[in-house]
Design a protein around this ligand. Structure first.
Ligand code: HEC
Ligand code: HEC
Length: 446
């Protein structure tokens, strides 16, 4: 794991702010000393306090990473702005004409620039990012289970995971799943306790017989259910004679429809809407795949790897490109081709989208918005703000819960809260226009 980085620009600005407030303090004291009848204690403590507040803020800025600094800097800009205002008041009340007008003008100019700058960077979709981390040359011989499980966690959540937030890495799992006890968002099982369940699942009647029987082939993936010795070679377990919990987890990722968790499937729980993790669009390679498996087995017992049965990779070290992908936070600018944009944002994992190759997701409605969107806003239940089909598509992307689509095939509404509500942070303004243009014109093929 890389240490969280701070931003050089903000670190520099914050130091300048503190030096500046020290200068103001000294300037005020000097004026008070050289004049009679000035309340030195009052003005001194006001500006002294200003200096201390700025000093504390600067100190705090050093504890933050870049993203947090970006949010915090506006507080300090405000503090400096207040300092400047009071400084101006001081000059006025003491009639220090000679110095005040040019200084105050300069100060206001400066603070206006700072506020504009801070406002601008806050407004910018947060696309400044740290320089890419140096590829860690992982040497397979020195790899520990701790590092390997950490690799899995990074594939699941990305490098930018901050406690409580819904960070999403290359594996895309948090798009659909939750992981903490009691945290249920809707149509996908909470993966808390999945290691424990993996051992009992394989004994269930449902596992043995539904939707296909052990030994039968899943049509979509070609995987033979419950036969670990028939798994494609790169993913096969060394001693694959008997079916274990590890095999259940592997099968869940390679053949989601081999067993469908009750209540979470389509067509009477015979078809899983979960994407195949080793196939496009997610396409985890064998080393990444196994790292995620190791993490699944270890995550409920932090620091204790006793439940992990996945062996550390041997022989060749993990390939470099498998390490580097998926590190940067997801962001599209709109300069990318439309299919690349849509794949980066992950829409195909949940939606079938005509015109986008491989977009056959089934968790959300088929995107046929040329027809659907204008009809949605005519629905008496529609409570959103859109007046046109384009507006409706934009609203659906930025605020998916404004209207919950009814799933005619299942006779119930689609689950609320499954579509992520934070796409506004992942896409630039012009990128959003381009996406809305494309999605508004989708219609059944042929
Ligand atoms: C598009 C949504 C989606 C994504 C992305 C997704 N899953 Fe799933 N997953 C599901 C659904 C729905 C089910 C339940 C149906 C089933 O059994 O296949 C499920 C089931 C599972 C199960 C079986 C759970 C159990 O209780 O037996 C595991 C394990 C799992 N997913 C792991 C993962 C991992 C790991 C990732 C990321 C690498 C991932 N999933 C990505 C939707 C998703
Ligand atoms: C984790 C799954 C998931 C992802 C990822 C996802 N969606 Fe959705 N989406 C849904 C679900 C479920 C619904 C239906 C519930 C609702 O109306 O909010 C939906 C509804 C929609 C609708 C309304 C469809 C209609 O016919 O009225 C649009 C448009 C849409 N999504 C576009 C997108 C776009 C564009 C992306 C990618 C930027 C995306 N979605 C990503 C799950 C997802």
């Amino acid at each position: 794991m890389l240490p969280e980085q701070a931003d050089i620009l903000w670190t520099f600005v914050t130091i300048i702010f503190t030096l500046f407030s020290l200068f103001v303090f000294a300037n005020v004291i000097q004026h008070c000393r050289s004049r009679e009848g000035t309340n030195t204690v009052l003005w001194g403590s006001v500006f002294g306090a200003g200096f201390i507040v700025n000093l504390m803020m600067t100190n705090h800025m050093f504890d933050l990473n870049q993203q947090e600094q970006l949010g915090f800097i506006s507080n300090q800009v405000l503090a400096v702005f207040l300092t400047l205002l009071i400084w101006g008041l001081f000059f006025k009340s003491e009639n220090i004409e000679s110095q005040s007008p040019p200084l105050i003008r300069a100060a206001f100019f400066y603070s206006t620039i700072s506020i504009l700058l801070a406002g601008y960077t806050n407004w910018l979709p947060q696309q400044r990012s740290d320089p890419p981390p140096k590829p860690q040359a992982i040497d397979a011989s020195s790899l520990t289970m701790d590092i390997y499980v950490g690799m899995g966690e990074t594939i699941v959540f990305g490098k930018e995971r901050v406690a409580g937030s819904k960070a999403i890495g290359k594996g895309q799992c948090p798009l659909c799943h939750t992981f903490d006890a009691g945290d249920n968002i809707g149509r996908c099982p909470n993966l808390f306790g999945v290691e424990e369940r993996s051992h009992t699942r394989i004994k269930e009647d449902r596992y043995l017989n539904d939707p296909i029987k052990i030994g039968e082939k899943d049509g979509a993936t070609g995987i033979i259910k419950g036969k670990p010795d028939q798994v494609p070679e790169e993913y096969r377990r060394a001693d694959a004679s008997e079916l274990t919990g590890e095999d259940y987890l592997r099968e869940s990722l390679m053949c989601p429809s081999c067993y469908v968790v009750k209540g979470y499937g389509k067509a009477g729980d015979t078809k899983s809407p979960m994407p195949v993790i080793n196939k496009p669009p997610i396409s985890l390679g064998p080393v990444e795949f196994n790292a995620v498996m190791a993490w699944l087995q270890a995550k409920d017992t932090p620091g204790d790897f006793a439940n992990v049965t996945i062996p550390l990779p041997t022989g060749e070290a993990p390939k470099k490109e498998e390490e580097e992908e998926g590190d940067a936070p997801v962001f599209v600018t709109g300069a990318e081709p439309i299919d690349e944009m849509i794949n980066t944002l992950g829409c195909p994992l949940c939606h079938t989208i005509p015109g986008i190759e491989g977009a056959v997701g089934e968790l959300g409605p088929k995107l046929h918005e040329k027809i659907n969107a204008p009809n949605r806003i005519k629905d008496p239940n529609y409570k959103g703000k859109a007046k046109t089909g384009r507006d409706y598509v934009r609203e659906s992307i930025l605020n998916p819960n404004a209207y919950i689509v009814f799933n005619e095939a299942e006779g119930e509404p689609y689950p609320e809260g499954v579509m992520p509500a934070d796409f506004a942070n992942k896409i630039s303004v012009s990128g959003l226009d381009k996406l809305v243009d494309f999605i508004s014109n989708t219609q059944p093929e042929g």
